[in-house]
Ligand binder design. Structure first.
Ligand code: NAD
Length: 500
């Protein structure tokens, strides 16, 4: 079964519900001409939007938020239909996302307004300020796994920072994009937010269009292509890519809580969460107890029928990736929940494999399916070393009752965000920036850094009086130069090396 009715020459695409294959909706595939026109309209909209100032934008963003909130259940229905996830999960996605929109709308002014900085003794005659101005038009390219939450992490912050946005959703999930753009048109208008639907070619055409910044969320492989294309015009990008996120369990951890979160983070949304749980490193003295608790919970997970706790794989091709990773993991590991037979045509029931070689695909790469690997380690230091040994660095979780151990591990983990005694603890805290390191990407969405990500920094130094020394002239005097020469050691030559 394919999710898209699309041929290379197609001008439309039709999405299908992954649960039963029924068609959901048909959307146009925008090409370079449509994108050029949309970018021109967005540029005009960007001028109007910037001109409103922080307060005007805040009021309109909150009105848009209300328009979405009042019909949240309808939006959740669209998300669920195109991804195949349970309706309840989609409702939570909407709630989480609106929290971010609210924060971005209300914090843009305090974070981004022009502020004075100290000019320093020598520059006492300069009034120095830093301001954050919008780029203009931001292109947002989104994935399908959280088709509202994930791209809105860029859209909310880019809009709040004063930019217009052209949003190209995944070809699997254009519905939420079109829906929120309609609510925008009703609540605000002026082409400030536009959804452009289409396939990969549409994404490539958007990158080549007249945009000033690109916010890409998706696979690392695609991020590299987007970055290479953006380099042609030196357009900056923020890249939110994949992960192979680890969860570390110390001997003193609350094992029931750890097991609950392993099942939620590893299996929820059918494992299709970039910041979910793919690998668990547990200190070996509590390994058997933890594995038993995870098994007990994973065995209870329902994947069929109206009360299914997660849905089918949204991307049909992902089933093959999961199969390859499971086969490879089973070469060295032992399945304690499910196994190869858990992989259906579209639904994959929970799989937990222990003692898997660190060189296996399931450890090193992103599986993006309901497979959890649990490996024992001798210490938390070893857990951190193994967690850091892969090319990804998106997020991690640490379970321990000892704050010192938790903080030491969190500091040593080479990732962009860490949860202690939960998973995804940072996702709902709008003030916390989100993003990865290494192959998981760079740049930050969410929080003050997310607002600054979509802003151009502009420094202004206003001379308020004459300088103490007249040095910025081609006719400087010997006397001033002599004074400057004597000042250098006084200003900068007084630090001694620290005592050994
Ligand atoms: P993908 O890379 O296949 O596609 C992402 C988007 O890029 C889609 O909209 C697609 O149409 C577009 N695209 C494809 N080729 C393009 C090109 N050459 N130029 C421009 N755009 C192009 O990813 P996906 O399968 O949609 O999403 C799953 C991936 O996203 C996983 O790796 C997951 O970890 C990652 N993800 C990351 C985060 C995060 O915040 N770090 C969040 C969610 C998902």
């Amino acid at each position: 079964m394919t999710i898209l009715d699309q041929t290379p020459a197609a001008t439309t695409l039709t999405t299908r519900n992954p649960v039963d294959g029924t068609p959901v909706a048909t959307y146009p595939i925008a090409g370079p001409a449509e994108l050029a026109a949309a970018a021109a309209r967005a540029r005009a909209g960007a001028g109007w939007w910037h001109g409103l100032g922080f307060d005007g934008r805040r009021a309109r963003l909150l009105a848009w938020k209300s328009a979405i909130a009042l019909r949240a259940d309808e939006l959740a229905g669209i998300i669920a239909a195109e991804t195949g996830k349970p309706h309840g999960d989609a409702v939570l996605e909407v709630m989480l996302t609106l929290g971010h929109l609210d924060w971005a709308a209300k914090n843009a002014k305090p974070v981004l307004r022009r502020r004075k900085v100290k000019a320093g003794l020598v520059n006492y005659n300069q009034h120095a300020t830093v301001g954050y101005e919008p780029y203009g038009v931001v292109a947002v390219i989104g994935p399908w796994n959280y088709p509202f939450y994930t791209p809105m992490g860029s859209i909310s912050y880019a809009l709040a920072a004063g930019n217009a946005v052209l949003f190209k959703p995944s070809e699997l999930t254009p519905g939420p994009a079109v829906w929120i753009a309609e609510r925008w048109a009703e609540a605000v208008g002026h082409d400030v937010l536009t959804a452009v639907t289409g396939d990969r070619g549409t994404g490539a055409a958007l990158v080549a269009a007249d945009v000033d910044k690109i916010a890409f969320t998706g696979s690392t492989a695609t991020a590299k292509k987007v970055m290479a294309a953006a380099a042609e015009r030196l357009v900056p990008i923020v890249a939110e890519c994949g992960g192979s996120d680890a969860l570390l369990v110390a001997a003193d951890a609350d094992l029931d809580a750890a097991a609950d979160f392993i099942v939620f983070g590893g299996l929820g949304n059918a494992g299709q969460t970039c910041a979910g749980v793919e690998r668990v490193y547990v200190v070996d003295t509590v390994r058997d107890a933890l594995v038993a608790k995870v098994k007990e919970r994973a065995d209870r997970v329902r994947t069929d029928g109206p009360d299914a706790q997660y849905g089918p794989m949204t991307l049909p091709g992902q089933v093959d990736v999961v199969r390859r990773h499971v086969d490879d993991a089973l070469r060295t590991g032992t399945a304690v929940v499910g196994g190869r037979d858990s992989i259906g045509e579209r639904i994959v029931s929970p799989i937990v494999i222990t003692d898997v070689a660190e060189s296996s695909l399931a450890v090193r790469e992103e599986t993006f399916g309901p497979l959890v690997v649990i490996n024992p380690v001798a210490s938390m230091d070893e857990a951190v070393r193994r967690a850091n040994a892969v090319e990804y660095g998106l997020t991690a979780a640490v379970f321990t009752r000892d704050k010192t151990v938790a903080n030491r591990a969190a500091a040593a983990l080479r990732v962009g965000a860490v949860s202690i005694n939960s998973v995804l603890g940072f996702a709902g805290v709008a003030a916390l920036p989100f993003g990865g390191v290494k192959s998981s990407g760079f740049g930050r969405i969410h929080g003050a850094d997310g607002l600054r990500e979509f802003s151009v920094v502009k420094s202004i130094a206003r001379q308020t009086r004459g300088a103490m020394l007249d040095l910025l002239t081609l006719e400087r005097t010997e006397k001033d130069l002599h004074t400057a020469t004597r000042m250098i050691p006084m200003l900068h030559g007084r630090s001694k090396p620290p005592k050994p």
